[in-house]
Design a protein around this ligand. Sequence first.
Ligand code: LLP
Length: 384
Amino acid sequence: MKQKFPMDTFQSLTTPFYYYDVNVLNHTLQALTKEADKYNYHIHYAVKANANPRILSIIREYGLGADCVSGGEIQAALNAGFPADKIVFAGVGKADWEINLGLDHAIFCYNAESVPELEVINELAKSKGKRAQVALRINPEVDANTHHHITTGTKEDKFGINREQLGKVLDKLNTLEAVRLIGIHCHIGSQIPDLKPFQKLCKRMIEIQEQLAERGVKIEHINFGGGLGIDYEHPDQNPIPDFKSYFELFHTFFPAEPYQQIRFEPGRSIVGQCGSLISKVLYVKEGTFKNFVVLDAGFTELIRPALYGAYHQIENLSSDAPEEIYDVVGPICESSDCFAKAIRLNKTKRGDLFALRSAGAYGEVMASQYNCRKLPNAYFSDLL
Ligand code: LLP
């Protein structure tokens, strides 16, 4: 079904802005929780995908926990009402103040990435007379077949602890009395187009679990990270990701023991399809070989096309005139400020409103003020 946009209201708003369809978000969350609940899976929303306070509070209402990668995200999650005991804290470079913030609020778990990090968590916890729960982030060496900038689980990546180092890490853990090992964590990448790599991941995590069992370590919590992709090509036909097959796969290929809890950290698959970047056409510029649509939004508002060559469906919301071919660019003084090349759009004129679809994840949250621009506003379908 084609998404409807409130055009009359849009005309009165200053562009560019983010528009969130709360219906889409609610339906996605209903589908997610329905499927995850079948297997008693625990979901921690990856705050990095979109930390807008209203988005966070809608997600929190569904009982999800939060996956945070900075002190700022922990604070944002707490402000939105996520209970501290449902917050996990990941990241290869946790600063002392961030670790302390987690300790002060007694967050559920640190996903620890290295021995020096474990030592610092231990030291800081000890000086507060506390014991921090940690999960070891394992580098599972599974290739996610996604864009190399968002692949995180191969041997070359900076993330996680390699399997052959596990023994040494366990030796170290035995000497650290202010941390308690409760689980293992992994994440192989983002926008993963097919489910096969997750199957490999299950196999690998079983091996790791066995490796730990040989050392007498019983793992209660297994966290599989995020990564489920969304359909950027067909946001209207396919607004809700296939959570059913995703969780079914884990249930089939990772048979959990009754004492174990299985966790996930989806980001994009929850918020990706509910958001669009709305922008106004400043100019239609005729070139020698092509025509450019110059929008008032640029990579300052949505950086994914410039940074990853990512595709976002672009629609002219104001025109149904016959289609022509255009490059769609922004106003930033860099040639990488281009959203799409040679795409078909309904004939476009100055003042038309455009939607850049599937921009709910890694859109608003990655906006910058480069060129001294203002950060975009956000509006919600149920509050307009
Ligand atoms: N857990 C960990 C440890 C992660 O590193 C990430 C994403 C997630 C969970 C959530 O993954 P998701 O379910 O959203 O795929 N800015 C890039 C994406 C970067 C993802 C980084 N890590 C983009 O715009 O495509």
